[in-house]
Design a protein around this ligand. Structure first.
Ligand code: NOJ
Ligand code: NOJ
Length: 412
């Protein structure tokens, strides 16, 4: 009908682009790996630091965010585990040195500081701080790397640099064990409160940290981390299950934006991906998780015109239905590459537990949705417009490319 024609008109530029063929996933994997490595080895950036995007204006993402960087390194560590490429190892070791330095800096909120200048110093402008997911994500990544090194017989390096009383892992675990009860800003840097995402990564860091502490005969710490991990677990189970949306994103909000009335957000989905394969509280097939993911996907399937206009592709997923961040300022929120790919990755991990016939196709469609809205030459920004389908926001966002890498690694 008329509505469909309108949609097609709006999508015309995108359809004109369709003459450029959608690249293969293998092509995009290589392009994304190049982009991630490029953003992690900029000549004008302190070695070991990663820019969130090469974009320096509209928006300026030429900073290192602790969260983005820890997640980037997590995929490179997973890739290193599969390939043992010495170049990757060097990059990871350089990153760890940068984190060791970063932890010594006097910043406005200590280890909870979310964002750093590319010379290594802490950002001091107004910002949503602290963000306490950062230290937990960093601990999860470095513990994962330490385990690889231990398997490869590099005990000395691990004891000297990664796990001892004042080491990089210990500082993050001590911070997390002490600070997790305090309200802090969410991963979207908008709301101060207690968040499912932050608490689940904190729980996982402490749980994995406790295991490592036990192995290194750091028994007092092991018991303490374990006890705190269990307390977080109780809070998560008692306060975040929701009869309407399955899993709610924030409780005990203290400040920040106030229009997230649905409490439905893609962040809990990311929490499951970022704590895999360690976290056992919320499995991919947990009934509340299934309900939450269905609600999330359906909400965006109905909420964004690109999804309605091209229903044969997978669902473009945004941060939350009330989102107003357009990648540079505030107007209308949009689907994000990293979340659209994240839904595909979730389905892949669910497929390891239960199989349904349509699943393989649905997974493929999530990849195709992301590739369709890319520039088809390997570039992916932060978002694609909910009406026109065109990319917008920070170009070559490290996290978008990183999401492509992890989804591929976990799906094949
Ligand atoms: C507001 C956005 O919603 C938030 O996610 C972002 O980090 C900041 N602006 C900075 O760009
Ligand atoms: C905005 C996102 O909301 C936040 O999660 C991210 O850390 C920064 N951009 C940098 O990519």
């Amino acid at each position: 009908g008329i509505k469909m024609k309108l949609l097609l008109l709006l999508l015309l530029p995108q359809i004109a682009l369709a003459s450029l063929q959608i690249p293969t996933k293998e092509f995009q994997f290589q392009a994304s790996l190049n982009a991630v490595i490029g953003n992690s080895t900029r000549p004008d950036v302190r070695p070991g630091m990663v820019v969130a995007s090469p974009s320096r204006q509209n928006p300026n993402y030429y900073f290192d965010w602790v969260r983005d960087t820890a997640l980037t390194m997590r995929s490179l560590i997973d890739l290193y585990d599969a390939k043992r490429d010495p170049k990757l190892k060097k990059l990871i070791l350089t990153w760890i040195d940068a984190e060791i330095f970063r932890q010594t800096l006097p910043t406005m909120t200590g280890l909870g500081e979310p964002k750093f200048n590319v010379d290594g110093s802490g950002y001091t402008g107004p910002w949503g701080r602290p963000q306490n997911d950062g230290p937990a994500l960093r601990a999860i990544s470095i513990i994962r790397f330490a385990r690889i090194l231990l398997r490869d017989g590099e005990q000395d390096y691990v004891i000297k640099k990664l796990y001892n009383s004042g080491s990089v892992i210990k500082k993050d675990l001590e911070y997390t064990a002490r600070e997790w009860t305090k309200p802090n800003f969410d991963l979207w840097e908008e709301v101060k409160g207690m968040h499912f995402y932050t608490l689940l990564v904190q729980h996982t860091a402490l749980q994995e940290g406790a295991k490592m502490a036990r192995e290194f005969r750091d028994d007092e710490a092991a018991s303490r981390y374990e006890a705190e991990a269990n307390k977080i677990a109780r809070g998560l189970v008692n306060r975040f299950l929701d009869p309407n949306v399955g899993i709610r994103t924030t409780v005990d909000r203290v400040e920040g934006i106030d229009y997230k009335t649905s409490n439905l957000d893609a962040a809990p989905m990311l929490a499951l991906l970022h704590t895999y394969p360690y976290q056992k509280l919320f499995g991919f097939n947990h009934p509340q998780v299934r309900k939450y993911i269905d609600t999330l996907a359906l909400t965006f399937a109905k909420g964004y015109e690109v999804n309605k206009a091209l229903p044969d592709l997978g669902v473009g997923i945004g941060r939350y239905p009330e989102d107003r961040y357009d990648g540079n300022g505030t107007s209308l929120g949009n689907p994000w590459f990293l979340l659209t790919l994240g839904l595909g990755e979730y389905m892949c991990l669910l497929r390891n537990e239960v199989r349904t016939d349509r699943m393989d196709q649905m997974i493929e469609k999530q990849f195709q949705r992301a590739l369709f809205h890319s520039d088809r030459r390997g570039h992916m920004s932060e978002q694609f417009n909910q009406r026109t389908g065109h990319m917008q926001g920070a170009v070559d966002l490290t996290w978008s490319h990183n999401a492509f890498l992890t989804a591929m690694m976990r799906c094949h």
